[in-house]
Design a protein around this ligand. Structure first.
Ligand code: AMP
Length: 315
């Protein structure tokens, strides 16, 4: 069982460095920081570090450490919530003694000396709670901060328990997590607070969107539009779900122009979108996936693929 081997490795190593994916979301940072919290609560003498780029909008969950290269020597490296090596934030992940992958995306890119991959889990945070439950009898400890972080990751990746990835297990774990005394209202406020720039751009999108007869919709956000609204591309995750409640939309795609590429963010209520993402150097879940293209011409090919998937889709 990878989960028991992972607990064994955590016990063995004195220095543990935890990575996650680039452009993090609450599940990436929640799982990463909750794993540290569980390890530190259980084994206070161990040195546990978090690495990856800082993201201002998520520092209320956890801040990253400044990890020196020398710390990787003889260290255990654990990567949370990251399906493929290209998306691991901080490319020193191979510099440790041993590498572990913990993730809930389909296992397309197999990496790590030990890999625990469970696509049936709603989130990697849910898996970290399971890791704690599995190790509880042999000494793993939990804290209310771990509960806050894991709850944030689950809420983030399930769209507040809305997406079909939410299972009876997710609800059971969530019920246990809220029995810990953390500030749930404060957490929701932080997770869903929207600044004026984002809300105005959200309004613009709702004014502009079109739906094809297939049930497909696409939104192109050029750098010029993002600048006009004063929105940073990394913050577009806050409204990518906005078309999901609109009658007749089966799947949609956002194209977001960044410095050197156009980010593709696919979302769906049924048609499988991670197979489309895979065609464009991406991946993800069946109903939420991402990729990148280099030109606006290429976005038309993505739109055609998504349109075809919507036309073929039978609920
Ligand atoms: P996003 O639109 O960035 O929120 O991503 C939605 C889902 O697709 C997440 O589960 C990501 O992990 C995954 N994803 C996004 N971009 C990529 C990519 N370039 N390669 C593989 N998976 C991706």
């Amino acid at each position: 069982m990878p989960i028991t081997s992972i607990i064994q490795e955590i016990k063995t190593y004195h220095t543990i460095i935890i990575h996650r994916h680039v452009r993090p979301d609450p599940d990436a940072i929640g799982s990463q920081a909750a794993l540290r919290e569980v390890i530190k609560a259980s084994f206070p003498e161990k040195h546990v570090y978090l690495t990856g780029e800082d993201t201002d909008s998520l520092t209320f969950l956890s801040e990253m450490d400044n990890v020196k290269d020398s710390l990787y020597k003889g260290a255990l490296v654990i990567v949370c919530d990251t399906a493929n090596t290209a998306r691991i934030s901080d490319d020193r992940y191979e510099s440790g003694d041993k590498l572990i992958k913990i993730d809930h995306h389909p296992n397309v890119d197999e990496y790590g000396d030990i890999a625990w991959v469970d696509p049936s889990a709603s989130s990697t945070s849910e898996m970290i709670y399971e890791l704690y439950l599995t190790g509880e009898k042999e000494g793993l400890r939990f804290t209310k901060e771990a509960a806050r972080l894991i709850y944030a990751g689950i809420v983030g990746d399930t769209g507040r328990f809305l997406f079909p990835s939410t299972t009876t297990k997710t609800f059971r774990y969530a019920a246990e997590l809220v029995s810990w005394d953390f500030d749930r209202t404060g957490l929701y406020d932080e997770l869903y607070r929207m600044n004026e720039h984002i809300s105005r751009l959200r309004g613009y999108i709702l004014q502009q969107y079109q739906v094809r007869p297939s049930g497909m919709s696409s939104i192109k956000l050029t750098r010029q539009t993002l600048e006009k609204f004063g929105v940073d591309p990394v913050d577009t995750g806050q409204f990518v779900g906005v078309l999901g409640d609109i009658e007749g939309i089966k799947a949609w795609v956002f194209f977001i122009e960044e410095d050197d590429l156009i980010r593709v963010r696919l979302r769906s209520k049924g048609p499988v979108v991670n197979e489309i993402a895979a065609k464009y150097n991406g991946g993800g879940h069946p109903l939420a996936a991402g990729a990148s293209v280099n030109t606006w011409d290429e976005t038309e090919a993505v739109i055609a693929d998504l349109d075809a998937a919507c036309r073929k889709f039978k609920p």
